[in-house]
Design a protein around this ligand. Structure first.
Ligand code: GLN
Length: 487
């Protein structure tokens, strides 16, 4: 009973249905595991244990009565703290929202609960999703389960660390410029950023609406598929959702048709990465060659402008989205009496952290009348040129391969005072957000010091099935064992 937390969700679902153990027993083990390990990792901001136990009992009753249960029956799922869960705090890891309790469920949460998934708590992150290390949280940094003196990646660091440290089998993150994939690479888990418009953003606190998507994180692709299928699909509450939907499957060895698929390799980006990542990625390329994929080195000509364009668009949208946190509509309670308006307003806004303030300043600047054309309009032009390049690439290739991150996890605090260094780390992940394309980070190995890294695959819009197929191949052939950092 003790080691149940090690099991992947797909195994747990069957075992609960077959009566090998109850949902309540399983959730109790998970709660104990979280209590034991979160002192070291700090992945949870809010724990929802009482409700989770209550829910598990109801699922057990359904099973006992022979009633039909949902596809995620009994599975504890952690939710990034920028996705609303009714009755729970939704802090976005910001002091600004430290006492904000959600009055409604995000569409993804509603869909999970409909399938009998259990919301186990809200997960730590960079404030409002702004960052790549999860150090910019008002609740303290998330620590990497593989070495707790190192960053977990961000901004969905809590979502990746909770899964990697065997606290929970599945979590949701959000990915505006790599926030699902970066921490997945740093923590050795699978993270998927779905096609823009394939998953509802209703109930996700907006950072940069034209770039971001909610997506799943798990230790195995077998656990990504059921949650992805559950949360995908059109939503009347988000009119950017499409009526095309993902219904992915895990194929058997015989069904997997990897051979003859055409893989474009972003070789320059691979070569610019840490040398241990270069050799790990090369092994994955060799594997694809062995499976008779067609491989070709490719380039994206506009790549040098990608980071600048991303940070102009993301901060522009952020500065506008964050204007609602004014302590009138949302925010902590500050009594306006005795203040002049400007003093009051700046006092109310002062609860944002430094990184958030930096982005509001940058975003307001690039949108200001005199500079709009010089920065924002140009960034949008670069974005559409990159999108055109990818459209052409997908006339020839099925997937594009590159590392998820150019670097291995680094020490907490090491880069925190140099924001531009951190921004530049996003180069490999932002491409999928600027183009709206789906991308996955799959564990690709460990450095000799024991730090994980991921390989990233990008495919055409609504073609997530191909990402799943490649992930299945990589998983079935990987030789570095199951994810267990030994906490
Ligand atoms: N690191 C990127 C940023 O800070 C991406 C964040 C995200 O995807 N939410 O904007």
């Amino acid at each position: 009973m003790k080691e149940l937390f090690k099991l992947p969700a797909n195994v747990v679902i069957t075992k609960i249905k077959n009566g090998e153990f109850t949902a309540e027993e399983y959730i109790s083990v998970i709660i104990e595991r979280i209590n034991k390990t979160d002192i070291k990792i700090n992945s949870f901001i809010t724990k929802n244990f009482e409700n989770a136990l209550e829910k598990s009992k109801k699922i057990d009753q359904k099973i006992q009565k022979g009633e039909k249960t949902g596809n995620l029956a009994g599975i504890p799922i952690g939710i990034k703290d920028n996705i609303n869960v009714k009755g729970l705090k939704n802090t976005c890891a910001s002091k600004m929202l430290s006492d904000y309790v959600s009055p409604f469920n995000a569409t993804v949460v509603e869909r999970i609960e409909k399938q009998d998934g259990i919301i186990i708590g809200k997960l730590n992150m960079d404030e409002f999703g702004m960052g790549s290390t999860s150090e910019f949280s008002a609740y303290g940094p998330v620590r990497n389960p593989w070495n707790i003196d190192y960053v977990a990646g961000g901004s969905s660091g809590g979502s990746a660390a909770a899964v990697s440290s065997l606290q929970i089998p599945i979590s949701l993150g959000s990915d505006t410029g790599g926030s699902i994939r970066c921490p997945s690479s740093f923590c050795s888990v699978v993270g998927l950023k779905p096609t823009y418009g394939s998953i509802s953003r209703n109930g996700l606190v907006s950072y940069s609406n034209s770039l971001e998507q909610i997506g799943p994180i798990a230790r195995t692709i077998f656990d990504i598929v059921p949650i992805l299928n559950t949360i995908s699909g059109e939503d009347i509450n988000d009119n950017t959702t499409s009526d095309l939907r993902n219904d992915c499957i895990i194929k058997s060895d015989e069904q997997l048709q990897i051979s003859r698929l055409k893989v474009g390799i972003l070789s320059d980006l691979i070569q610019s990465s840490d040398s241990q990542i270069v050799s790990g990625i090369q092994q994955k390329i060799d594997l694809l060659e062995k499976h008779h994929c067609y491989l070709e080195n490719i380039k994206i000509s506009m790549i040098d402008f990608a980071v600048a364009s991303y940070y102009i668009i993301a901060t522009a949208e952020a500065s506008s989205n964050l204007s609602r946190f004014d302590n009138i509509r949302y925010g902590y309670t500050l009594n306006p009496e005795g203040y002049e308006w400007t003093t009051y307003f700046s006092k109310a806004r002062s609860l944002f952290g430094d990184e958030v303030k930096r982005r509001i300043l940058l975003g307001s600047y690039v949108l200001s009348a005199g500079y709009f054309g010089k920065y924002y309009a140009k960034a949008q032009l670069v974005r559409s040129l990159i999108r055109n390049e990818f459209e052409n690439l997908f006339k020839k290739f099925d997937v594009i391969l590159l590392p998820t991150m150019p670097v291995l996890p680094f020490k907490l605090g090491e880069k925190i005072s140099n924001p531009v260094d951190i921004y530049n780390l996003d180069l490999f992940t932002i491409i999928a957000n600027l183009t709206g394309l789906p991308a996955i980070s799959i564990p690709a190995g460990f450095s000799k010091e024991g730090f994980p890294f991921g390989v990233q695959l990008i495919t055409n819009a609504f073609d997530e099935q191909k990402l799943v197929d490649f992930a299945v191949l990589f998983e079935r052939t990987s030789n570095y064992g199951e994810c267990d950092p030994g906490l």
